[in-house]
Ligand binder design. Structure first.
Ligand code: FPP
Length: 238
């Protein structure tokens, strides 16, 4: 299928793993496991579709409030996936980067993150930005602190700071989000990539993340291709 316009940056709030599992009479962890398989498929599909950047919400700073059992399971899953899975994704030329804070993350997770970043650092087909221990407000506050520090040390001219180059101080300097997808029927942004989504088109679906396959992704891309993006103007397309 040829899209009128392929989004450069797609972001996904991968929600509904727990509900998917519950509906099937399974434990929540089975939902996360299945979600990780879906993520692998979507990363491959994004590379295939020439989407330059795919950001995913893997774990928010607030997700530490979940039961220790679930948090530990997720941390172990991250280690396993970054260390031993994703081979096809890597072979497809996907570069993996992370956004978030290392605070409170287990050493093994940080180590696995470093390994996969290093392994994929020269890939240039698509960027997979995994938001892990991530908060959008926290990201902006940290960026503001970096700016203040540079200014204090005479290393930054405030006149030169603008909304585009401010991106250098965020966790990753990525293009603005064109399409934000949230699965499982919730209609919130939940502190996700607040700076980057200023003009994003939103796509909400009732499908739970483990079932959000290539076909569902296509539906979101089709929907996006038919949107009129105005960026504050009256009309963009004639
Ligand atoms: C939200 O669903 C999902 C998460 C908090 C975890 C997302 C993790 C994955 C998809 C696993 C793989 C990720 C990587 C990066 C390897 P939920 O648990 O809040 O679902 P619920 O709202 O139905 O309870």
């Amino acid at each position: 299928m040829n899209y009128v316009e392929v989004p450069r940056h797609v972001a996904i709030i991968m929600d509904g793993n727990g509900r998917w599992a519950k509906k099937k009479g399974l434990r929540r962890r089975e939902g996360h496991l299945e979600g990780s398989k879906t993520l692998e498929k979507l990363a491959l599909y994004a590379a295939d579709k020439n989407i330059k950047c795919l950001s995913v919400y893997a774990f928010s700073t607030d997700n530490f409030k979940r039961s220790a059992d679930e948090v530990n399971f997720l941390m172990d899953l991250f280690v396993k996936i970054f260390k031993t899975k994703l081979n096809k994704v890597i072979e497809a030329g996907v570069k993996i980067v992370f956004s978030g804070s290392e605070d409170n993350l287990p050493e093994e997770v940080i180590e696995a993150m470093k390994i996969i970043c290093d392994k994929t650092k020269n890939n240039d087909k698509t960027i997979l930005n995994v938001c892990l221990n991530y908060g959008g407000q926290e990201e902006i506050v940290e960026a503001a602190k970096k700016v203040a520090e540079l200014y204090k040390n005479g290393k930054l001219n405030l006149e030169e700071l603008d909304k585009v180059n401010f991106g250098r101080y965020l966790y990753q300097d990525l293009p603005p989000i064109d399409l934000l997808i949230r699965t499982s029927g919730e209609m919130r942004v939940s502190n996700f990539m607040l700076y980057q989504m200023s003009y994003a088109e939103f796509y909400f679906t009732n499908v739970c993340f483990p079932d959000f396959d290539e076909r569902e992704f296509d539906k979101a891309l089709d929907d996006y291709a038919n949107r009129d993006r105005k960026f504050g103007k009256v009309k963009e397309r004639e």
